[in-house]
Design a protein around this ligand. Structure first.
Ligand SMILES: Nc1ncnc2c1ncn2[C@@H]1O[C@H](COP(=O)(O)OP(=O)(O)OP(=O)(O)O)[C@@H](O)[C@H]1O
Ligand SMILES: [Mg+2]
Length: 351
């Protein structure tokens, strides 16, 4: 089966405060806010519980735990958990990623230099090249890597045995992982979007670390606009802090939060300007649809791909937009959100 192309990625996207991806600069700012231990990690109760058992059992046995796969959308804490796993095990962490490994030889070099008990974090593991993937199966299962020496007919593979280690893989697209690779992980944790009260706790914790006076009601306001994503919550917190320091009295109050997020055009549900213009076009210009993606994109002056990969997933998740075989439709909640009267039932798909 042909693989779906990877999504455009957030670098292809107009500036926005509520996209879940992060650039290098932001990742650096995030490092300071990362929980270091499992008990500091907010929310994701199920995954946290399961992981704590896996880790404790391994510690009790004095052996490296099974390989761990972490899957879920960007900004929910996969990298954070990978670091926590190493910290909880008292092990050192080696970091690489699917795209960084161009050839199987690159991976063989990393694997053959691993020390006993180390944690190897492979980010974006769904982007590993096929030959590297095959090398990884063997290494994960048999703790062995075949080092190829020589070229052509004279080449031979020398098996090199590896000390026990643990692979932690992270992926935003678990569906793209080939089954044999997926099967080699003894534990898979799927991260889901956070509830607002969990994001409030993330925010209060971050405010403490950044030493900014964040009021409870402001935390709730920021949380509700953060799309279930800690990365976005932390980002909005930084922007509200800017506002409070420049235009307010330095305190992060409810009114400061609202004023700041108005400046940045992040609305009550965490929609940004592009999201809203898609909704407005759907409701006002196309009477709620159905309308084809290309037509809709032209109406908002964007590429179809941008509308489809950047704006649409969240709008669909929020129940604001529906996808039908005949095109995109505005759901009743879209009219409500824009403060418009819903069209008469007979005129809609839902009548
Ligand atoms: N459960 C949590 N509690 C507190 N902070 C969190 C939590 N999850 C994520 N964060 C914060 O959110 C930010 C993004 O998290 P992280 O980098 O781990 O996401 P990710 O899933 O690896 O994203 P990507 O797919 O883009 O790599 C970090 O600053 C991290 O501190
Ligand atoms: Mg990450």
């Amino acid at each position: 089966m042909p693989e779906a192309p990877p999504p455009a990625g957030d670098d292809a996207v107009p500036e926005s405060l509520v996209r879940a991806g992060a650039d290098e600069l932001e990742r650096a700012a995030e490092a300071a806010l990362r929980p270091r231990r499992l008990e500091e990690f907010v929310g994701q109760r199920v995954v946290r519980d399961q992981l704590s058992l896996v880790l404790q059992a391994a510690l009790n046995r004095g052996r490296a735990p099974d390989h761990v796969l972490l899957s879920g959308p960007p900004g929910l804490g996969k990298t954070t958990l990978a670091m926590i796993i190493a910290a909880e095990l008292g092990a050192s962490l080696r970091v690489t990623s699917g795209p960084a490994i161009q050839h199987a030889g690159d991976l063989a070099a990393v694997l053959s230099s691993l020390e006993e008990g180390e944690v190897l974090f492979i980010d974006e593991i769904h982007r590993l090249a096929r030959p590297a993937e095959e090398l990884l199966y063997v290494a994960m299962e048999d703790f062995r890597v075949d080092v190829v020496v020589g070229k052509g007919a004279g080449a031979s593979a020398i098996p090199l045995s590896l000390p026990p280690f643990t692979v932690v893989g992270a992926t935003t697209r678990a569906g793209l992982l080939p089954a044999p690779l997926r099967d080699r992980f003894g534990f898979t944790g799927h991260l889901d979007f956070y509830a607002d009260d969990e994001l409030e706790r993330v925010l209060m914790r971050s405010a403490g670390l950044l030493d900014v006076p964040l009021e409870g009601r402001a935390a709730a306001e920021i949380a509700s606009r953060s799309r279930g994503t800690p990365r976005i919550a932390n980002r909005l917190l930084r922007r509200v802090r800017d506002w409070a320091e420049v235009r307010g009295d330095g305190r992060l109050t409810l009114s400061a939060a609202r004023a700041a997020l108005e400046v940045y055009e992040v609305d009550e549900r965490g929609l940004d300007r592009l999201d809203r213009s898609v909704l407005q076009a759907l409701c006002l210009r196309f009477g709620g649809g159905p309308v084809g993606l290309t037509t809709l994109a032209v109406a908002v002056g964007e590429e179809p791909e941008t509308v489809e990969t950047v704006a649409e997933p969240f709008l669909v998740r929020e129940g604001l937009v529906g996808r039908t075989p005949r095109g995109r439709v505005a759901m009743p909640a879209a009219w409500d959100h824009l403060g418009l009267e819903r069209p008469a039932p007979a005129d809609t798909l839902f009548g």
